[in-house]
Design a protein around this ligand. Structure first.
Ligand code: MN
Ligand code: MN
Length: 454
C-alpha cells in the first residue's frame, strides 16, 4: 500500500503488535549506546533464538542459524535456506554506529578549577545541539596487558552524568552574532568532568583527583587513555514521545532502528528458501571505512567461509553467491518536518506513519555517490510490499541541491547485486534526541520479514 497512513488502516490487534514490538526496540536502543553494545545485545538476542557462532560448527546445512562477529563492532547473522548459497542470499544491512563525541587520545586536562575531557566529534552533527544536555560515557579502555575495561557512566539513575557547558545568555552578545556552524566550535566540545582538587597538590590538583578516582575505580593510569575507545552520548533511556504515545524519542535511531528491525526480521523468520542474512556494520557515519565498516572484506570473507562449510570452494562459487544476492540497505530516511517544509519536495518525501521508506537513491549534487537502484528491482520489491499489505512510501533526501547524504547501499552494489535503501523515517536526524513513528518501525520490521522469505 503506497503512501497511506498505517494508523488509519490499523486494527486494535495490530496497534497492540506495534506497541509491543516498540517496547522491545526501546530497550534495545536504551542499552545499545555504542556499536560494541549493539553487537553484544544482538548476540544475546540471537542466542535466545538458537543462533550459534560459526566457529563452533564443522559443516553447514539447511536450517542452521549462525553468526560471525568481527572485532567486537560488526556482526553478520545467517539463517541457512533450502537453496544453495550460490543461488544468492537475501541480505538486510544496517549500521550500528551513530553520531557522537569521541574522547581524544590524550583527553584529560585541567583548566581554571575544572577537569575537562577533550573530544573529537564523530559523524555529522550540529554542534550547538550537544551542549547543556546530560551526557553519558560508554566504551572500553584497553590496557597493555590485554585487559579490557568496560566503562558505563551516566545511565544508572544513581550515576553522575557529564556535559558540555555553553555561555549564559546574559553574556552572549558576541556569541549570538556568530553563524550557527560557528556558535559552538568543535574544539570547544569539551566535557566537564570534575572540580574537586586533591589536597596538598600544587599543580593540576583537580586533574590529580580525577586520576586518583580513575585508578580506584578502573585501575588505570592516564596513559591508558591512549588505547581507549570512549564515546560521549546522550544519557538516559529511549521514551515514548507525543501525548498519544505514537512516537519514540531516543538517541541513535540512525541507524539502530533499522538494525533492530532487520535483526528481528531475520531471527523471527522460519527456514527460508534463499539463505537470509542480517549484517550490522560500523563506521557508516564516517564513510563506511576500516575493518569494521561496510567496505571491509569481512562480509565477502564470511560468505567464502560459509561456502566452504557447504563444500563449495571454487572462486566462482563466491562470485555467484555475491552477484545473485539481493539486499535491502536498511537505513533511515529524513521525515517531513512541518516546521521546515521548504527543504523538501512534499511529493517525494517520507512522512511519519506512512510506513517503510524506499530511497531509490540518496547522494548529493546530482545523485553523486548514490546507489540509484534499478527499476526492475524496485518493481519486484513493490510487488512484495503490496502482496503482504505492507505500507510503504518513497523518498529522497530533501529538495534537489538542498544537501544530501549517503548509505552503505552502493558498497554492496559493487558486488553486482541489486540493492535499494529501505528504512524508517526519522525527525531530528543526527541530533541527541531523534524521533521515529512506532507505526513505521513496525512496518519496516514486517517489510524486512517479507523480503527475506520472498
Ligand atoms: Mn544512517
Ligand atoms: Mn546518519
Amino acid at each position: 500500500m503506497y503512501a497511506k497512513n498505517v494508523w488509519k488502516d490499523s486494527t486494535p490487534e495490530k496497534n497492540n503488535k506495534i506497541m509491543a514490538f516498540c517496547e522491545d526496540y526501546k530497550e534495545f536502543i536504551s542499552v545499545g549506546k555504542t556499536e560494541r553494545l549493539c553487537v553484544d545485545e544482538s548476540i544475546k538476542i540471537a542466542k535466545n533464538h538458537g543462533y550459534v557462532e560459526l566457529n563452533d560448527i564443522k559443516s553447514l546445512k539447511t536450517g542452521d542459524k549462525v553468526y560471525v562477529v568481527n572485532k567486537n563492532k560488526n556482526i553478520a547473522l545467517f539463517n541457512i535456506g533450502t537453496k544453495p548459497l550460490t543461488d544468492g542470499i537475501r541480505i538486510l544491512g544496517a549500521h550500528i554506529d551513530s553520531p557522537r563525541l569521541d574522547l581524544k587520545q590524550n583527553p584529560l586536562y585541567e583548566k581554571d578549577g575544572f577537569a575537562l575531557l577533550d573530544t573529537h566529534y564523530y559523524g555529522g552533527i550540529k554542534k550547538y545541539q550537544w551542549v547543556t544536555i546530560p551526557l553519558a560515557i560508554h566504551g572500553v579502555i584497553c590496557k597493555k596487558d590485554g585487559t579490557v575495561i568496560n566503562v558505563n557512566i551516566g545511565e544508572n539513575e544513581n550515576d553522575p552524568v557529564v556535559g558540555i557547558s555553553d555561555l549564559l545568555v546574559h553574556l552572549s552578545a558576541d556569541q549570538l552574532k556568530k553563524t550557527a556552524n560557528k556558535v559552538i566550535e568543535g574544539e570547544n566540545l569539551d566535557v566537564t568532568f570534575g572540580s574537586i582538587p586533591l589536597p596538598d597538590t600544587k599543580k593540576d590538583a583537580v586533574k590529580a583527583n580525577i586520576l586518583k578516582l580513575l585508578k580506584e575505580k578502573y585501575d588505570i593510569e592516564e596513559e591508558d587513555f591512549i588505547s581507549s575507545e570512549l564515546e560521549i552520548v546522550p544519557a538516559g533511556k529511549a521514551r515514548d514521545f507525543g501525548f498519544d504515545r505514537s512516537m519514540i524519542a531516543g538517541y541513535g535511531h540512525d541507524d539502530r532502528v533499522c538494525s533492530y528491525t532487520s535483526l528481528r526480521a531475520l531471527l523471527d523468520g522460519e527456514t527460508p528458501e534463499y539463505t537470509a542474512c542480517c549484517i550490522l556494520v560500523d563506521k557508516e557515519e564516517i564513510g563506511s571505512v576500516g575493518a569494521t565498516g561496510a567496505q571491509s572484506l569481512f562480509f565477502e570473507n564470511t560468505i567464502a567461509e560459509l561456502l566452504t562449510l557447504t563444500g563449495k570452494t571454487n572462486y566462482l562459487d563466491l562470485k555467484h553467491a555475491m552477484t545473485n544476492s539481493i539486499m535491502l540497505s536498511s537505513d533511515v530516511s529524513a521525515a517531513f518536518d512541518p516546521l521546515y517544509p521548504d527543504v523538501s519536495d512534499k511529493k517525494n518525501n517520507a512522512f511519519f506513519g506512512n510506513g517503510v521508506v524506499f530511497n531509490k537513491y540518496t547522494g548529493a549534487r546530482g545523485k553523486s555517490s548514490s546507489n540509484d537502484a534499478n527499476p526492475e528491482y524496485m518493481a519486484w520489491v513493490r510487488n512484495i510490499m503490496d502482496a503482504n499489505n505492507i505500507h510503504y512510501q518513497t523518498s529522497e533526501l530533501g529538495k534537489v541541491d538542498q544537501g544530501g547524504g549517503g548509505t552503505i547501499a552502493y558498497i554492496l552494489g559493487n558486488y553486482n547485486m541489486n540493492v535499494i535503501d529501505a528504512g524508517v523515517p526519522v525527525l531530528n536526524m543526527h541530533s541527541p534526541m531523534e524521533i521515529v513513528s512506532k507505526a513505521d518501525v513496525y512496518e519496516s520490521y514486517i517489510a524486512y520479514m517479507a523480503f527475506l522469505v520472498k
